[in-house]
Ligand binder design. Structure first.
Ligand SMILES: [Zn+2]
Ligand SMILES: [Zn+2]
Length: 410
């Protein structure tokens, strides 16, 4: 299939504009209608899906995209795996290409061959022994799934028994992994995963939209982490206007934050503006002295430098991208900065799907290109070519020429 440049129906994209951050943005819905945000803290928490499920590492089958060397992908045929106890097998329909996949593709993966991908949607097509029973214990968090359900996969695989998992911090599980990074990923026809990692996708959320849920889940986890470290005025500066920065910023906006996205590339500022966010080129905004929330999503050294510039005394910094630069301990101390690491959106996928189903967050505006799974090499070449201006690309298992990419219908 020839790659398609996706043109979405909907309102005209406004020209990028620069506005001073408003002190408070009126949320689109009453706050009591929004999902409950847990407060920050490290006490014992609700048991998360997947905890205690003793399943094997995820295994891929059918057509499998394997990263075999730097900038080199093979699509190989593998036996379709049978789900083990506590596992489900998912027939993958679509997978997003995320920044971490690109990092691996560019040679920053020390595990080769590796199957990339962690933002996926598919159909449950087999359940292993005890999968229902194992999952039933956690259905207060994630609805139970059955064969035929359309699901996304929470990419954090957790052991359920280590100190982190027992403390309610599965995102830093010492015995687990992350799909496509430290565990086999979703760029394949089939993947077996612990059944507790599956999250049903609401009918109003299209397959393509369901491949861009991670930024929203990460934003929700960030808000939990910010908790008591929230600045008095909800002013946020998001550094980086890729899909992560745009959807994270849009999610913060739903919860009442006035968000400015700082992004050097014009086409990304246009997408951020179409999400209702204020936009600025790096260096264009000079903060006053009030504390703010800064979220670094660009995973670049200039992004961290900008975060340091914007960090007024008392500010809170969320590090979401893994950048080759640091804050100094002296500036953290002297400015009394609160620096929070945010590495995943574990457990947040049901709430993320709810925000998308209600139209409060719009992941489709970030998807610019679609490719067939077989064309994974072409897709990664496009994503890493700045001239192509790819915002977000999605791999489709069964692309059909008739398939409409307009609107929000599965
Ligand atoms: Zn990702
Ligand atoms: Zn663990």
């Amino acid at each position: 299939m020839a790659p398609r440049r996706v043109r979405r129906a909907g309102p005209q994209r406004p020209r990028p504009r620069v506005r001073a951050p408003r002190a408070r943005r009126v949320p689109a819905v009453a706050l009591h209608q929004l999902p409950e945000r847990r407060s920050a803290g490290h006490g014992p928490r609700q048991r998360l899906p997947g905890a205690g499920v003793s399943a094997a590492a995820p295994r891929a089958g059918g057509r499998v995209v394997e990263l075999v060397a730097e900038r080199s992908l093979d699509v190989v045929e593998r036996e379709v795996p049978e789900p083990g106890p506590g596992e489900a097998r998912v027939r993958i329909r679509a997978v997003g290409i995320c920044g971490t996949d690109v990092h691996g593709y560019l040679g920053r993966s020390d595990r080769l061959p590796m199957t990339l991908g962690h933002d996926a949607v598919g159909i449950v097509d087999a359940l292993g022994a005890d999968a229902d029973a194992e999952h039933g214990t956690a259905d207060d968090v994630t609805p139970a799934v059955t064969v035929g359900d359309r699901v996304t996969i929470d990419p954090t695989v957790r052991c359920g028994v280590c100190g982190s998992c027992r403390a309610g911090l599965p995102q830093v599980c010492s015995g687990g992994g992350y799909l496509g990074m430290t565990a086999t990923g979703t760029m394949a026809d089939y993947l077996t995963v612990p059944v507790g990692n599956l999250v049903p996708v609401a009918d109003g959320v299209s397959d393509v939209a369901a491949t861009v849920l991670e930024p929203i889940a990460v934003a929700l986890h960030l808000l939990d982490r910010v908790g008591a470290f929230s600045p008095p005025a909800r002013i946020a500066h998001v550094i980086g206007g890729g899909p992560l920065g745009v959807l994270l910023g849009q999610t913060l906006g739903v919860f009442g934050w006035a968000v400015t996205v700082h992004e050097p590339q014009a086409y990304r500022r246009i997408v951020a503006a179409s999400a209702g966010l204020s936009v600025a080129e790096p260096g264009q905004v000079t903060p006053d002295s009030a504390p703010v929330l800064i979220v670094e999503t660009s995973a670049t050294a200039p992004g961290v430098q900008l975060a340091r510039t914007l960090a007024t005394p008392g500010s809170t910094i969320g590090l979401v991208g893994r950048a080759p630069a640091d804050f100094t301990s002296a500036e953290i101390l002297l400015k009394e900065l609160s620096v929070l690491g945010v590495r995943a959106g574990v457990g947040q996928y049901p709430a993320a799907i709810d925000l998308v189903a209600r139209g409060l967050v719009t992941p489709l505006i970030t998807v610019s290109h679609e490719f067939a799974l077989d064309a994974a090499s072409e897709a990664f070449a496009a994503v890493t070519d700045p001239a192509r201006e790819v915002m977000r690309a999605v791999l489709l298992a069964e692309p059909t020429p008739e398939r409409s990419t307009e609107g929000n219908t599965p």
